[in-house]
Design a protein around this ligand. Structure first.
Ligand code: TRP
Length: 332
């Protein structure tokens, strides 16, 4: 009974490479924190990943690694549904339908499409263009109330809402219109080498991005090389993107406020500061790494977890898909 009243949260992450510190502090940690209060449904959005060409063996490894890493962060299969998008066929089906209810003009305005087509000019495929319809399908299939997203996905979420409102206007209330939100405590982690850009696994400079599974030595090295500024004062402020980023990371892993951090490092140099931040990150990631290593060895357990979640997700999402199809006029 209790669970019936809980709001439904849906979110997804692409398994395009390893999970980074940015994914963890910006998204997954927040997913973990929402598990008690909400009915949480999370997906590995592997269908989205093939909008950019993947190496088959690498992709296969990335999916399992990402599944194990995210579980290792604390997603509890007893509390939340955590499934693999491509295993649940309703996603591709509803995505096709929503393609037919979304305008070319709307998709053309998506900034991520413009950015990605500039970056992959040799492969501007139709999937890259209709990506937001698949994302809308992910969300709308589960009648989600709330969708935590990063700032870069806000525009896609707005489009999902527009599609839902439009569809509901044509055929009665089929879809719940979801509320997007950018978690307040979700840190936006920037590249350690170019702190004006989001930390990304595709960063050309490997030192810009910390992976959840990096060894303590590698993590320390990356923090020690982090770009700062010439002021030599640990203070949050304009033109200090490098220090601001390190301060937010330190704040996110220790719970200390920015003011407390400024105090702590008064009169100290950047060298000390970077070492302390690196050590705090190593400690925060240590239990996750240990848990990951146990999980990735136990493929049977991992499979049991996702098969069970896939099945529940299919049952749940099929109800919405059938309802939408019936309204449109399909003979079911
Ligand atoms: N597009 C999202 C990203 O790249 C991942 C995603 C896919 C997603 N489907 C979603 C996020 C549904 C929220 C809801 O980050």
């Amino acid at each position: 009974m209790e669970t019936e009243k809980k709001k439904i949260v849906f979110s997804a992450i692409q398994p395009s490479g390893t999970i980074t510190l940015g994914n963890y502090l910006g998204a997954v940690r927040n997913w973990v924190n929402m598990q008690d209060e909400y009915n949480c449904i999370y997906a590995l959005a592997d269908l989205h990943t093939i909008t950019v060409r993947q190496e088959p063996a690498v992709m296969r490894k990335n999916i399992l690694d990402a599944y194990a890493s995210i579980m290792a962060c604390g997603i509890d299969p007893e509390k939340s549904l955590f499934f693999i998008q491509s295993h649940v066929h309703t996603h591709a089906e509803l995505a096709w339908i929503l393609n037919c209810y979304t305008q070319f003009g709307e998709l053309s305005r998506m900034t991520q499409f413009k950015d990605k087509s500039a970056k992959h000019a040799d492969n501007i495929n139709a999937g890259l263009f209709t990506y937001p319809c698949l994302m809308a399908a992910d969300i709308l299939l589960y009648q989600a109330d709330m969708v935590p997203v990063g700032a870069d996905q806000k525009q896609h979420l707005e489009l999902s809402r527009d599609i839902a409102v439009r569809f509901n206007g044509l055929y009665d209330n089929v879809f719940k219109v979801p509320e997007g939100f950018i978690p307040k405590n979700g840190a936006r982690v920037m590249s350690l080498q170019d702190p004006t850009r989001k930390m990304s696994k595709s960063d050309e400079n490997v030192n810009g991005c910390v992976h959840l599974l990096d060894t303590p030595e590698v993590i320390m090295k990356k923090f020690k090389r982090a770009v700062t500024d010439s002021e030599a004062v640990v203070r949050y402020g304009e033109g200090k993107e490098g220090i601001n980023n390190l301060m937010s990371i330190y704040s996110a892993v220790t719970g200390k406020t920015l003011e407390a951090i400024e105090k702590e490092f008064e009169g100290k140099g950047y060298g000390d500061f970077k070492t302390t931040v690196g050590e705090a990150v190593v400690e925060a990631l240590r239990p996750i790494k240990t848990r990951y290593e146990q999980l990735i060895k136990d493929k049977a357990y991992l499979e049991e977890c996702y098969r069970k979640a896939d099945e529940t997700a299919l049952r749940f999402s099929q109800r919405t898909l059938s309802k939408a199809m019936k309204k449109i006029g399909f003979v079911l």
